[in-house]
Design a protein around this ligand. Structure first.
Ligand SMILES: [Zn+2]
Length: 236
């Protein structure tokens, strides 16, 4: 098995409860990954029948449109919102891992029950369980609101793709009335993470690395990259 830090072709699998959960916290990072040649697979557990969009086809189309911007392929499951079980998510996750052999999984951050969305919580727990058992690196992305319980330890500078992030979120027109989908909310949170790092400018996305491992070649890859960068600077 690979880890995602050894320089070979990579696949990231995101698993989220609802369409739009993936773009809010991670569209910029996924765009940067696809630009770097990563294979981006977005798995959505539900079709959104309880959400503000009553037509499931709308959600599918919106996700496909967002996928074109961030360079991701989508797959929907029809688990029932607010009642699906951890067992159902475990099965979906196992199937997806077998099909795509991901080097990295990204999902919701587990939160204390009274703060997190029920579906996000069940998804986070089930996916964490499988990733741990299968020894696959795992990141949690930031909750849209109520950050309680989320402890970011990894930040991605998405300044150069902030326009794409906004455009990808904008594809979810059926969700655009939600407060946390508003442009100012997106920019404020992206800037908030920059300030967390002591940066006055720029936009960031925040993750919590829940599980990570590297093989011995990781350190070689780092030193090779360092030498390459030094040569580049010297030749300028
Ligand atoms: Zn959601």
């Amino acid at each position: 098995m690979n880890t995602y830090l050894n320089g070979s072709p990579q696949t990231v699998l995101t698993i989220y409860a609802h369409a739009d959960d993936e773009v809010l916290p991670a569209a910029g990072t996924l765009r940067l990954m696809s630009q770097a040649g990563w294979n981006i697979r977005c798995l959505i557990l539900t079709e959104g029948h309880l959400s503000s969009s009553s037509i499931k086809g709308t959600r599918h189309q919106e996700a496909e449109d967002a996928g074109k911007i961030i360079g991701a392929n989508y797959e929907f499951y029809a688990l029932e919102e607010c009642v699906f079980s951890t067992q159902a998510v475990i099965k979906v996750t196992e199937d997806a891992i077998n099909r795509w052999q991901p080097d990295l999984i990204i999902t919701h951050a587990p939160q204390p029950e009274k703060y997190g969305h029920r579906d996000h919580e069940v998804c986070a727990i089930a996916v964490s369980n499988v990733a741990t058992r299968r020894n696959i690196p795992l990141w949690y992305s930031a909750p849209p609101v109520f950050l309680r319980g989320f402890e970011p330890n990894f930040f991605v500078d998405i300044t150069e793709v902030i326009e794409e992030k906004i455009a990808a979120i904008g594809c979810y027109e059926s969700e655009s009335s939600k407060a946390f989908m508003q442009l100012d909310a997106i920019l404020v949170l992206s800037r908030f993470w920059a300030r967390e790092l002591g940066q006055k400018d720029g936009y960031f996305e925040a993750f919590e690395i829940a599980r990570q491992w590297v093989n011995a070649s990781f350190f070689n890859a780092l030193s090779t990259q360092k030498k390459y960068l030094a040569n580049q600077i010297n030749s300028d």
